[in-house]
Design a protein around this ligand. Structure first.
Ligand code: AMP
Ligand code: GLY
Length: 432
């Protein structure tokens, strides 16, 4: 089979890495990919939002299955477009992708189908929003309705902070139309976890639990990022809690969507807060998590391509009949190495050292996020990698326990370097 993966981050490197191991697969393409991905697949210089060109490419190259990494092409309707042209693609339709692309849609669905989440109000008028904030007169969370590259959520400790967020979203329009409507919701307390499943609306196959680390600095300090590391499994998600999340959140959401006329298929990701009152939904994503995927896929023993094909064909029950997914019992920890300045401004083009040495260490994997391959000629050709983004690498380590996986990942991180390299020293520590 010929597979096309869409995206260019660490998540896509992990997907390409896993897909390339499948017995079903002859060739993998990635659009646009990155330095690391180019070692495993043919990278095609097409932007993830250019659905017309992606479609032309998939047709010309007779792609058997397209796998979409990021949310933007899904929210633009890439799945509808491919399927209208009889091309197989893994992911939800444009309507299904609204679960992530519109927080108002997601919250209204949760309210209608009694899916546990934070209490909330929706506003399209900043004056009303500010009045509501005064009424709460305590911590609250302000969320832009639309996609904002993971930056559209402000956890405000004071009414002042909350009002500033309202002003910048609704009046200064820092996220453009994504801030036409906002949500103000109750501030929840507890431990966070990510529950990711693959579904075709009839069958749900959960992946292993995981936990992300969103803040840039140790002990969850500093601004939010795309994610600075992850581990799997998340011990806070006991088997009982996992069952509860499936029963109270995942199944009612998928069934609710079906009742709304949306036969969801692809990946469904629920970000949850485990509160004293039980699990509450923080958000839905309609794709694999980044960097959760880099900590989950090294543990997956089953063929991911078989599962994605079955979901795309809406025959996912066939995977369950064959005993579902097989997992490596070991834990996996992925530490993200980022450029100095990220999530703010940062420089690119710094040479990365140590990658060849790390590749020799058993039970580790390095997933590239923002890197570029450069070839220099010094008599013979020399290939190296330079930084090309905020998050540069995800370094994953497997171990019998989370502690061993942490040690493995940091052993590998210790061998890698580039100018201004930053990483958190406490990835996985919460799980100990
Ligand atoms: P989201 O993009 O909705 O997941 O929000 C990003 C982050 O904001 C989450 O991972 C949480 O850490 C935090 N967050 C979102 N909603 C709430 C809430 N209701 N209470 C407390 N923290 C929240
Ligand atoms: N790790 C959070 C996300 O993928 O949105």
């Amino acid at each position: 089979m010929r597979i096309l993966v869409i995206g260019s981050g660490g998540r896509e490197h992990a997907l390409v890495w896993k897909i390339a191991q499948s017995k079903l697969v002859d060739k993998v393409f990635c659009a646009p990919g990155n330095g690391g991905i180019s070692q495993l697949s043919e990278c095609i210089d097409i932007n993830v939002e250019n659905i017309g060109r992606l479609l032309d490419f998939a047709r010309q190259e007779k792609i058997d299955l397209t796998v979409v990494g990021p949310e933007v092409p899904l929210s633009l309707g890439i799945v509808d477009e491919f399927e209208n042209n009889k091309l197989k693609i893994f992911g939800p339709s444009k309507k299904g992708a609204r679960l992530e692309a519109s927080k108002v849609f997601a919250k209204e669905l949760m309210a209608k189908y009694k899916i546990p989440t934070a209490d909330f109000q929706i506003f399209d008028n900043p004056e009303e929003a500010r009045k509501y904030i005064d009424k709460i007169n305590g911590p609250c969370v302000v969320k832009a309705d639309g996609l904002a590259q993971g930056k559209g959520v402000v956890v405000a400790k004071t009414p002042d902070e909350a009002k500033k967020a309202v002003n910048s979203m609704m009046q200064d329009k820092i996220f453009g139309d994504a801030g036409n409507e906002i949500i103000i919701e109750e501030c929840l307390e507890g431990e966070e976890a990510s529950i990711i499943v693959i579904t075709d609306s009839k069958t749900v196959i959960p992946l292993a639990s995981s936990q992300d680390h969103k803040r840039i600095f140790d002990n969850d300090r500093g601004p939010n990022t795309g994610g600075m590391g992850a581990y799997s499994p998340a011990p806070v998600v006991s088997p009982g809690l996992f069952k509860l999340v499936l029963e109270k959140i995942i199944h009612p959401t998928i069934d609710g969507l079906v009742r709304e006329g949306i036969n969801y298929k692809g990946t469904l990701y629920a970000g949850i807060m485990i509160t004293k009152e039980g699990p509450r939904t923080l958000e839905f994503n309609v794709r694999f998590g980044d960097p959760e995927t880099q900590a989950i896929l090294p543990r997956l023993e089953s063929d991911l391509v078989e599962v994605m094909l079955a979901a795309s064909d809406r025959k996912l029950s066939s995977i369950l009949k064959n005993n579902g997914l097989k997992w490596d019992e070991r834990a996996c920890v992925c530490v993200v190495c980022s450029s100095r300045g990220y999530p703010g401004k940062y420089e690119k083009g710094k040479e990365i050292s140590g990658l060849k040495e790390v590749a020799k260490i058993k039970d580790t994997a390095v997933f590239h996020a923002g890197t570029k391959k450069v070839t220099k000629s010094q008599g013979h050709k020399v290939t190296s990698f330079v930084t090309n983004g905020g998050r540069v690498l995800g370094v994953a380590g497997l171990g019998k326990t989370i502690k061993e996986a942490i040690d493995k990942a940091y052993q590998a991180v210790g061998m890698i370097n580039f100018e201004g390299m930053h990483y958190r020293k406490d990835i996985g520590a919460k799980a100990l």
